[in-house]
Design a protein around this ligand. Structure first.
Ligand code: ZN
Length: 525
């Protein structure tokens, strides 16, 4: 029994029948069984054009490497010569000659042609081989032509007629036209508005259910529906055709703009994407909406233990109607001191921090336009790379319409990059306006007891603050601004018993030998 290997390849258009890999493998196995040989290895290039050289075909390159390293089987099985190469005839013959020089015998299974170092240049074999390589290359050229026509047709169709009945939940198909469902369109708009205000998905579900707002297709609201809607570019009107390859849904060509009716403007959409991304940065539970304001954690995702660096965990005692925070490390592993801080005390200290902060004229709330523009640029880049990948993988030369789209995208990218520059400048400017910060302070004073107000405050906090460090044992708190890097607020210390607060670090502005505030003075207003 001799060793045999199989070289298996198909290109993307050939895979359309979904049978190519199976057919080539079974052919090789059948041959081995009939001839009493043993199939020891299969080299594969799936979805790769035979017009590419071994530089771009990993399977072929691996096989040539193995042969060069002296691992030479008796037989190399191929379905036909066109599996090895669809390159120009001379290049194909050179490659075959190179393989035969290793001493391996090539078996072409389709016509049982046997090629080896000795026989392949005999007139008959060579004639057949020359003919085959010529045909294989011609077939490739034909495919390029057909592919071109297909691309064009598909995209022409998309622009004029609806080729999928599947539309997003807020739309429906009537008389072959895509139309809005007003009730659901209003819901989508509301959803984006809430999300832009920093209301999280779970909160939105709760609010929608409370108000009896119905989900699409008569389903119940769930996280996936909300998240998919918030991230789907179909709200902008664009449609991404998909195709199924190897059981996976993959993007087929570029997006088609203005396919669906537009529901949301670009600015709002990308602002929401920025918020969603920002929310994902915070590990662990985010702010949780509760009707009872004393039972949620305004500082979720921001607050850390000074001793060990772990996040503080929020615990609710609903029977007593209050909540407190404790070091997560102490709570879970008993590796830090178990000292709790009441949520309302922390908020009190924080508000005093803010009050004092208003004398810092350097304080700024940074705007975030640049982040949204960066996301837009990323989206355009991704679309561009999708196009380029598609062209790279395809055996067909892209038609001019595709090249036009690529040009447009490149133009858009340049435009956005200009916008980014002005956004960055604008962000800086807005950061110098302390008015915004004062607005936040007012929100803290007036809306901190209002459930929805708290949700907004919690969201704004993440724009303003990078970290709050608390030492529950020593009763101290320090706040670090997101914009200022190292600039931190005065560190505050509180005493529950005497109901007093101290600044621990002086800035030279006040007399710090006395308590600066009495506990609960702010909330008495
Ligand atoms: Zn700790």
């Amino acid at each position: 029994m001799n060793n045999a290997i199989l070289y298996l390849r198909y290109s993307t258009p050939e895979q359309a029948d979904g049978q190519s890999e199976l057919r080539q493998t079974q052919g090789a196995e059948r041959w081995c069984k009939e001839h009493g040989e043993k199939l020891v290895k299969i080299y594969k290039d799936l979805g790769i054009s035979g017009g590419k050289s071994s530089d771009d075909r990993k399977g072929l390159a691996a096989m040539l490497d193995d042969l060069a390293r002296g691992s030479v089987p008796k037989f190399l099985l191929i379905e036909d010569v066109d599996r090895i190469s669809r390159m120009l005839p001379l290049d194909s013959l050179n490659l075959i000659s190179k393989i035969l020089d290793f001493g391996v015998t090539i078996i072409s299974l389709r016509d049982n042609q046997v090629l080896n170092r000795k026989n392949w240049q005999s007139s008959q074999s060579f004639l057949i081989l020359s003919l085959k390589t010529t045909l294989a290359n011609e077939e490739r050229q034909k495919r390029i032509f057909r592919g071109k026509a297909n691309w064009k047709q598909k995209r022409l169709d998309a622009a004029t007629k609806i080729y999928t009945k599947k539309v997003p939940g807020w739309l429906t198909v009537k008389d072959d036209k895509i139309v809005k469902i007003p009730e659901h369109v209003a819901t989508v708009k509301k959803l984006f508005q809430l999300s832009n205000e920093g209301i999280g998905i779970v909160t939105v579900i709760r609010m929608f259910n409370e108000k009896g707002i119905k989900s699409f297709h008569g389903k119940d609201w769930n996280k996936a529906i909300i998240h998919n809607t918030l991230t789907s570019e179909s709200v902008l009107g664009s449609f991404q055709p998909k195709t199924i390859i190897d059981g996976k849904r993959i993007e087929d060509g570029g997006k088609i703009q203005n396919y669906f009716p537009r529901i949301i403007e670009d600015d709002l959409f990308y602002a929401v994407q920025a918020k969603l991304k920002q929310r994902n940065c915070y590990k662990g539970a985010g702010f949780r909406y509760t009707k009872n304001p004393s039972q949620n954690n305004l500082f979720a995702g921001l607050i850390k233990c000074e001793k060990c660096g772990a996040s503080l965990i929020h615990l609710v005692r609903s029977r007593h109607g209050y909540s407190y925070l404790v070091c997560g490390n102490a709570h879970k592993h008993k590796k830090c001191s178990y000292k709790v801080v009441a949520t309302n005390v922390l908020e009190e200290v924080f508000q005093i921090c803010l009050t004092d902060c208003r004398v810092f004229d350097t304080f700024q709330k940074p705007s975030n336009n640049a982040a949204a523009t960066r996301l837009q640029i990323e989206a355009v880049k991704k679309e561009l790379s999708n196009f380029l990948n598609l062209i790279r993988k395809s055996e067909t030369v892209p038609p001019t319409s595709i090249m036009k789209e690529i040009q447009d995208l490149e133009l858009k990218q340049a435009e956005l990059e200009n916008k980014l520059d002005s956004d960055l400048a604008g962000d800086k400017l807005s950061a110098s306006i302390p008015g915004k910060f004062n607005e936040f302070c007012r929100e803290m004073e007036t809306n901190i007891k209002n459930p929805l107000g708290r949700a907004k405050i919690a969201s704004t906090l993440k724009d303003l603050i990078s970290q709050i460090v608390v030492n529950p044992e020593k009763c101290t708190m320090a706040v670090y601004w997101a914009h200022g890097g190292a600039q931190s607020l005065d560190r505050m210390q509180w005493d529950k018993k005497t109901k007093e607060f101290w600044h621990l670090y002086t800035t030279g502005l006040r007399d710090y030998s006395r308590p600066t505030h009495d506990l609960m003075t702010l909330h008495k207003k």
